[in-house]
Design a protein around this ligand. Structure first.
Ligand SMILES: [Zn+2]
Length: 485
């Protein structure tokens, strides 16, 4: 029926037909609307999915179209590894899954599978090499400056156009209840206090959800079209106790409770079926242990790697040698040595331009000239410690010593399954009960702009992705088509 309605918009080829078109179209269109109206009365679910021609609320007692524009709530649960949703009963997450769209085998993060690069890829549709946040901490050789906790709010680091800027640029409000990069000023984004509170990890999750819900009490044209919502869990415990600890199970249950709180609040306002909710994580998590380490000192017979060349040891090894050293020679000697050491086969060192192209991790001076891919669960250290033991994750939990020798990590190759997170979309623009193949999180930018019916900035995602045969985002929820009625 929607395609039929769309066909009414197509121009005719004959001038005489064009003259007749308005009258004919109007008659047919009104007729179609009457049919749809009747269909809606008897089959409300169909009407909801495809067209928003709505009789009065009193007739149906199913109020819809309370919103004057599409709304997306984009939720990130940090470190929510794919599969966590089955650790414990998660009725609310599963409600979204069963009545929405799920990436059946998870959401694929970008490389490196770290928090800052991935959160910013989700909201820009860009790979880290293009959005500039190539690691959680890094050095820019062009400016001799470092990106770190102190400098991370400076706009110069954050390239590309994040969703909140795209939304505001096109005349809507956007809000961010925490998201890496959201406090950074952009040409069209000032991070207004009303919609963009400064990051504070002590704010209760409940308060974050309730604030999001309160935005729906604003006048219709002030309700943000995009609302981001961020939870630190289960990443925090994942690092400390690994992915298989009961603390993670508790975190997952807590996230599910927050999803439930959001759903209940939206239902109370009679807008749950009108709001598009997207639940994602930024990366997964894998257990680590000292017994699976690679020691750079063992390469001494082939090459010495000074500590000050190393930007990050693990879960990716990044090396920036001085300008008078040859990166190619260093890579060759390291790989030669790694072939001869006991755990060397678990680390492969590359000139960044020679990294597998699927990683998209080379075209930025902020990326170090040498990058080592570390196998799942392994870590790189300089020296073999004298007496470290894999003491088990419970020790890490109870000692509070922040001893991460046997806990959890992420940042590895994004082809590793444990690095995957979740994607669940629910709302008027998502097919119900549909599973789609896994996809990279850079596609989410185009997905959101498509749902909001706004033009997006150029990005690395596929502009056709929202309408691909797998995902089949409902192109229009009918509102624009049926405004004629
Ligand atoms: Zn994270």
């Amino acid at each position: 029926m929607v395609s039929y309605l769309r066909s009414l918009k197509k121009p005719t080829t004959s001038p005489s037909q064009q003259l007749l078109k308005p009258a004919i179209s109007t008659i047919f269109f009104l007729y179609a609307c009457l049919i749809l109206f009747a269909a809606f009365l008897f089959r409300p679910s169909f009407a909801f999915a495809q067209c928003s021609i709505q009789p009065s609320r009193n007739l149906l007692n199913t109020p819809v179209n309370k919103l004057s524009h599409p709304v997306v709530i984009l939720i990130s649960s940090d470190g929510f590894r794919f599969g966590y949703q089955h650790k414990t009963p998660t009725p609310n997450i599963h409600r979204l899954i069963s009545t929405g769209t799920e990436a059946e085998t998870g959401l694929i993060p970008v490389y490196p599978t770290l928090t800052f690069p991935n959160h910013y890829s989700i909201v820009t549709g860009l790979y880290p090499a293009n959005h500039g946040i190539v690691d959680n901490k890094f050095f820019d050789p062009n400016t001799n400056e470092s990106f770190n906790q102190k400098t991370s709010s400076e706009p110069k680091w954050w390239l590309g156009e994040p969703l909140w800027e795209t939304v505001v640029k096109q005349g809507f409000n956007a809000s961010s209840y925490f998201w890496p990069g959201s406090e950074v000023k952009k040409p069209f984004w000032s991070c207004p206090k009303k919609f963009c509170p400064p990051y504070d990890s002590t704010v209760k999750f409940e308060d974050r959800v309730d604030t999001i819900l309160s935005y729906f009490d604003l006048p219709a044209d002030e309700i943000p079209a995009l609302m981001t919502l961020y939870f630190e869990d289960p990443d925090y415990h994942g690092h400390r106790v690994g992915p298989d600890h009961p603390l993670i199970t508790a975190d997952v249950a807590r996230i599910d409770a927050m999803v439930g709180r959001l759903i209940a609040g939206l239902e109370e306002k009679n807008i749950f079926e009108e709001v598009n909710v997207i639940l994602v994580g930024d990366h997964g998590m894998v257990g680590t242990c000292d017994q699976r380490s690679i020691y750079l000192k063992e390469l001494a017979p082939w090459i010495e790697i000074p500590r000050d060349w190393i930007q990050r040891y693990t879960p990716m090894l990044t090396i920036r040698p001085p300008a008078d050293e040859s990166p190619a020679d260093i890579v060759a000697k390291m790989n030669e040595g790694l072939q001869s050491t006991y755990t060397g086969k678990y680390l492969k060192v590359y000139l960044k331009d020679k990294l597998p192209s699927r990683l998209h991790y080379s075209k930025s001076d902020r990326i170090t000239p040498i990058v080592g891919l570390v196998d799942e669960g392994f870590k790189v250290e300089m020296n073999k410690p004298e007496a470290k033991q894999c003491a088990g994750s419970l020790k890490a939990e109870t000692s509070k010593s922040d001893d991460r020798s046997c806990a959890g990590a992420h940042g590895y190759d994004n082809a590793i399954f444990s690095m995957r997170s979740i994607f669940i979309g629910h709302g008027p623009r998502f097919p119900k009960g549909v599973k789609v193949p896994s996809f990279e999180n850079i596609q989410i930018y185009n997905l959101v702009t498509s749902i909001l019916n706004i033009d997006g900035a150029p990005n690395d995602g596929d502009s056709n992705f929202p309408q691909t045969s797998q995902l089949k985002i409902i192109k229009d929820n009918g509102r624009s088509e049926c405004n004629f009625c």
